[in-house]
Design a protein around this ligand. Structure first.
Ligand SMILES: C[C@H](O)CC(=O)SCCNC(=O)CCNC(=O)[C@H](O)C(C)(C)COP(=O)(O)OP(=O)(O)OC[C@H]1O[C@@H](n2cnc3c(N)ncnc32)[C@H](O)[C@@H]1OP(=O)(O)O
Length: 713
């Protein structure tokens, strides 16, 4: 065996020639935990490919990663910030395309041996190889997530993936950005084989000696063939994709439309034209403000993964969790604990069916995976075996953390603190999932208040990525760090916030919702209000949101906010009138929308207007409605930062995007205020406070920032 390292300045690739005619090309970017592709590698890769071409003893090449648990995570995103013009960004894509084209045309057979993430440019590199073999590890994932960065795959992905697996599946992956796990990748035809990691290289070498594959058209089935393999069928397919995409993005995101255009160009005009269109579109997208903001979210969340809550304070190990209350939240918390953190959970409820329901929450989600054959039944059983239940505190003695998810009743929660102190270890952390009661109050009678903390999840817990970690005055640093670290293990992005009514997320949501209620009482139609905010970029409108979370639950927080912050949080009478009519929203089938008939939740329940005592008529434009609701949120977010409720503008942006669905392409409330200009925000708020209501008066901190000409970032 002969080792040969071409010592170009980057040293990311090593070529190991073997006697069996297969050379192993290993990518291992020095000094980085994960491989990413950089423009600077161009010369090094070209030199490697020259060497492979020049050596006729090399019949096949296995391309693999030197990192223990990742293949290639895509193009280096930080590189994009250096692009000053569309031309610069286009050149990056074209450079990648040229290298991958060359790999595809190499004499030797190239096989990508994939273990861990192969994303974006990483998957595009693998797609240029003649075969792809992946490990069956849960770490393995293959995808083109560029759309989540406001981009499209720029190194041939828009052209090669549809040709390999069919237009519909490829387009779906590119438009959602979601990655396929090993089993899915095999099912879709992205990889040629899926094997245990221990034999990955061995199997890849066998493929490398097989010679190039002759691939058939990917589509099976008459309908799919008709749709994909002639231009008439494809026209229908692309038209439908455009309609569906627009109905989701409302035109706020330029990338999805361009992805469809570029795939279409490639299929109708050929690979060359497709690649050119891809590079052009990549160049354009890199320079858009939407992509800029989405890339900032990636950097922010990556940074947050490294933080422990309190700098220098190590988190304690959490080996067992107790959950109090088997409702929807308790069930969700138990699920993420068992399946993401892989930690045993003991669920306590006062009723047996409460425990059974909590267990069913996990079973239902996992069983869907088993049915789709993405998970083995044995794996599901293993995860479910981590869940046990009890009607009392048996089995709680050794819990490292107990998370309370019972209904919002202060004395009940205080009682639970004292129960946990009695039944568990002295170090056991008591985490409350309250959304409205200050943690200081919950800890008020605690013998060990330093162990008491808030850990506020969002519903549905298995889907919503945010967790607010709320420390009260006496919470110890170790409790904070341990809770932050554990929330992360549960797959959450934790944001540490200060104690107080509404914490951060609900505090900025409340004035926004209240403003929507004011507009309702002023006679603006329900669907007009909701459409305005959806068009602005929220996933659902405020009135629909209230129906979804429950009108009773959604408004419960208001008195706490009024008590602490005064009248600016007072809700208009709308909510009381609606609740008095026994309208709780979706859960009791009576709210602002109709929940019976063919389209439950889609049509406005017109009888709501007589309940509110208004006759609906559109008076304000969509833009004006969105502006009023959003400005109320921005103003409150600025106050939260000023008061130290959040530690940074970054945390405030991530909290709003992940907790409320604040439009990601705007970067979050603080990045949005920066892009609008603080002065403009102040001017608009001032104008509304003079013409509509005093509550719009700009926060003092914004006024000061304006006069100091400061920005949040
Ligand atoms: C031309 C092309 O089509 C364009 C592209 O390829 S654009 C890029 C497309 N790729 C992506 O979007 C993937 C981005 N990365 C990820 O989603 C996640 O990092 C991951 C799922 C791969 C791994 O997640 P996880 O295990 O939690 O590790 P994570 O902490 O995020 O990343 C580890 C390190 O790799 C870095 N990293 C990962 N992907 C990166 C990328 N594409 N660019 C730059 N850095 C990246 C992270 O910044 C982090 O660096 P650090 O250790 O110095 O902080």
């Amino acid at each position: 065996m002969q080792k040969n390292t071409v010592a170009e300045q980057t040293n990311a690739f090593t070529l190991t020639k073997q006697d069996n005619g297969v050379a192993i090309l290993t990518m291992d970017v020095p000094g980085e935990s994960m491989n990413t592709l950089k423009a600077a590698f161009g010369d090094e890769i070209s030199a490697m490919l020259d060497e492979i071409d020049a050596d006729s003893s090399i019949k096949g090449v296995v391309l693999t990663s030197g990192k223990p648990s990742s293949f290639v995570a895509g193009a280096d995103i930080t590189m994009l910030a250096a692009c000053e013009t569309e031309k610069d960004a286009r050149a990056l894509a074209a450079g990648g395309q040229a290298v991958f084209d060359r790999i595809e045309k190499m004499r030797a057979t190239f096989v990508a041996a994939i273990h861990g993430p192969a994303l974006g440019g990483g998957l595009e590199l693998a797609l240029a190889c003649h075969y792809r073999i992946c490990s069956d590890s849960p770490k393995t994932q293959l995808g083109l997530p560029e759309v989540q960065l406001g981009l499209l795959p720029g190194s041939g992905g828009t052209q090669r993936l549809p040709r390999l697996i069919g237009v519909q599946q490829a387009m779906k992956m590119m438009l959602t950005g979601s990655a396929a796990r090993a089993k899915q990748a095999k099912k879709y035809g992205i990889v040629d084989d899926m094997v245990p990691q221990s034999v990955l290289l061995e199997v890849a070498q066998k493929f490398a000696l097989k010679g190039k594959p002759k691939r058939e058209a990917p589509q099976k089935g008459l309908v799919n063939k008709a749709l994909e393999q002639n231009s008439f069928g494809r026209n229908i397919l692309f038209k439908k994709a455009r309609e569906q995409t627009f109905s989701k993005t409302k035109g706020n995101y330029p990338a999805p439309g361009m992805i469809i255009d570029v795939i279409e160009t490639g299929l109708n005009e050929g690979m060359r034209a497709g690649l050119q269109a891809e590079a052009d579109a990549f160049g354009k997208l890199v320079m858009t403000p939407e992509s800029f903001q989405l890339r900032q979210i990636f950097f922010a969340t990556t940074d947050m993964k490294k933080e422990h809550g309190v700098e220098g304070v190590k988190p304690a190990k959490v080996g067992k969790i107790g959950v109090l209350g088997g409702g929807l939240m308790g069930g969700g918390i138990a699920y993420v604990t068992a399946t993401k953190a892989n930690v045993p959970v003991r669920i306590k409820d006062v009723r047996e069916d409460g425990i059974a329901n909590a267990m069913k929450y996990s079973y239902d989600i996992l069983n869907k995976e088993v049915k789709k054959r993405f998970m083995l039944n044995s794996e599901m059983q293993k995860q479910l075996s981590l869940l046990t239940g009890s009607l009392n505190y048996n089995g709680f003695q050794d819990a490292d953390m107990v998370i309370e998810a019972v209904f919002e009743d202060l004395s009940l929660k205080q009682q639970m603190v004292s129960d946990v102190e009695r039944h568990c270890k002295p170090e056991t952390i008591f985490a409350s999932n309250t959304s409205s009661i200050p943690i200081t109050d919950i800890a008020a009678k605690a013998a060990r208040p330093e162990n008491v903390i808030g850990l506020h999840y969002f519903s549905p817990v298995d889907k919503m990525p945010l967790a607010e970690v709320i420390a009260h005055e006496q919470t110890s640093d170790e409790t904070i760090s341990t809770t932050v670290e554990f929330a992360r293990k549960q797959g959450k992005t934790p944001v540490v916030v200060k104690d107080g009514a509404g914490f951060y997320v609900n505090r900025i949501l409340a004035p926004y919702m209240n403003e929507a209620a004011c507009l309702l009482l002023a006679g603006e139609p329900v669907d007009h209000i909701d459409k305005s905010l959806v068009k602005f970029g929220f996933p659902v409108g405020p009135v629909k949101l209230l129906d979804e979370v429950g009108i009773d639950v959604g408004t419960k927080i208001i008195p706490f906010l009024v008590e602490q912050f005064g009248s600016r949080f007072e809700a208009p009478g709308a909510f009381d009138k609606v609740l008095a009519d026994d309208r709780k929203g979706k859960k009791n089938g009576k709210g602002f929308y109709v929940y019976s008939g063919k389209k439950p939740g889609k049509e406005v329940d017109e009888s709501i207007y007589s309940v509110l005592g208004v006759s609906p008529s559109k008076k304000l434009s969509e833009k004006a409605i969105a502006e009023r609701c959003v400005l109320m949120m921005l103003n409150e977010a600025a106050r939260c930062l000023d008061e130290g409720v959040i530690r940074s503008a970054r945390d405030g942006d991530i909290g709003a995007i992940f907790g409320i669905g604040f439009p990601p392409f705007l970067g979050g409330p603080f990045r949005y205020m920066d892009s609008l200009g603080v002065q403009n925000v102040v001017n608009k708020l001032t104008q509304l406070s003079e013409t509509v209501d005093q509550k719009f008066a700009p926060a003092e901190t914004l006024v000061k920032m304006e006069s100091d000409q400061k920005t949040f970032y």
